[in-house]
Design a protein around this ligand. Structure first.
Ligand SMILES: [Zn+2]
Ligand SMILES: [Zn+2]
Length: 301
């Protein structure tokens, strides 16, 4: 199977996204979020409190990101280091996309494991998750302080948003597994990010862990809602780790595991110019990129 967003997106992610986008209040919510989201705030944060990485700043780390983006046919997002004692990473979207990694994360992980992190974060870009994920995080964190309709989300919309957010991790993990060619480094990275000591991680038997795990229940009651909210706020979704590994191990055994070599660059159907998966339009002729998943053009109207 080819490595394209459509062919490897996790079916539970795709189904949850369909459900979310079918809710009548969802599109107005996204539109108001885009209008409100203060890009100057984001620019200030990313310039004063974060260290931008690049060819002149920790080049070996930045190089890993560039390589991952080349393999996935993505534009290279801006990369920032946040000095923080907890290990985490996340991706935000305003007019640019930003990947933010914490100093503790870089300290704990080998270059191969950092590659897993970047492949996972770029996976979110590959599937065009980032705008909705940024919105979800902001709504949970600042919900009550935001103007309507963001402060008054209906319960079904809130649940659908949280549920999709967690399901989107499954698709991003798939990208990490394909880029590293193996589930083990992905699993190790998830455990290390959840602050499991390295010597324990090295001796864990993944199969045994998975056997004892039941997948996260999808019951839509308030306990689950609170659990989902706390998972998302924690940035690294600790308790969810084993079901994510289980999903990868099942996928690896299936005929759907893609071939990294079957990974042609997408091209414009009009002028045949090469495209990136995260381009909504051809930069050469302006034709809409049919390979860009889920980019909702009605949002720009
Ligand atoms: Zn993620
Ligand atoms: Zn074109």
């Amino acid at each position: 199977m080819a490595l394209t967003p459509r062919s490897i997106m996790h079916p539970e992610d795709a189904a949850a996204l369909d459900k979310l986008e079918s809710l009548p209040l969802f599109t107005p919510l996204v539109k108001s979020f885009i209008k409100m989201f203060d890009e100057r705030f984001l620019n200030r944060v990313t310039s004063l409190h974060y260290i931008r990485l690049g060819p002149g700043q920790l080049p070996e780390i930045h190089e890993v990101l560039v390589d991952v983006c080349q393999r996935l046919h993505l534009n290279v997002p801006q990369l920032y280091l946040e000095v923080h004692h907890e290990p985490f990473s996340y991706t935000l979207e305003a007019s640019n996309r930003y990947i933010i990694v914490s100093s503790s994360l870089l300290d704990k992980l080998s270059l191969e494991q950092i590659r897993v992190v970047f492949a996972h974060e770029c996976g979110h870009i590959f599937f065009n998750h980032v705008l909705y994920r940024t919105m979800t995080k902001m709504l949970i964190r600042y919900g009550g302080e935001l103007p309507k309709p963001m402060s008054t989300l209906s319960v079904p919309l809130r649940i659908a948003l949280l549920y999709w957010y967690l399901r989107s991790e499954l698709s991003a993990d798939r990208v990490a597994a394909v880029i590293t060619g193996d589930i083990r480094p992905v699993a190790d990275t998830l455990f290390l990010t959840a602050e499991t000591p390295a010597d324990i991680v090295a001796s864990l038997n993944l199969q045994k862990i998975v056997e004892q795990t039941a997948s996260l229940a999808s019951d839509q009651d308030s306990t689950i809602q609170r659990l989902m909210e706390s998972l998302i706020l924690s940035d690294n979704e600790h308790p969810f780790t084993t079901s994510r590994i289980e999903a990868l191990l099942n996928w690896e055994k299936s005929p759907d595991w893609p071939n990294l070599l079957d990974n042609p660059s997408p091209e414009c159907q009009h002028c045949h110019h090469p495209l990136h998966y995260d381009d909504s339009q051809c930069r050469h002729c302006g034709e809409i990129n049919p390979e860009a998943i889920g980019i909702n053009h009605s949002l720009n109207e």
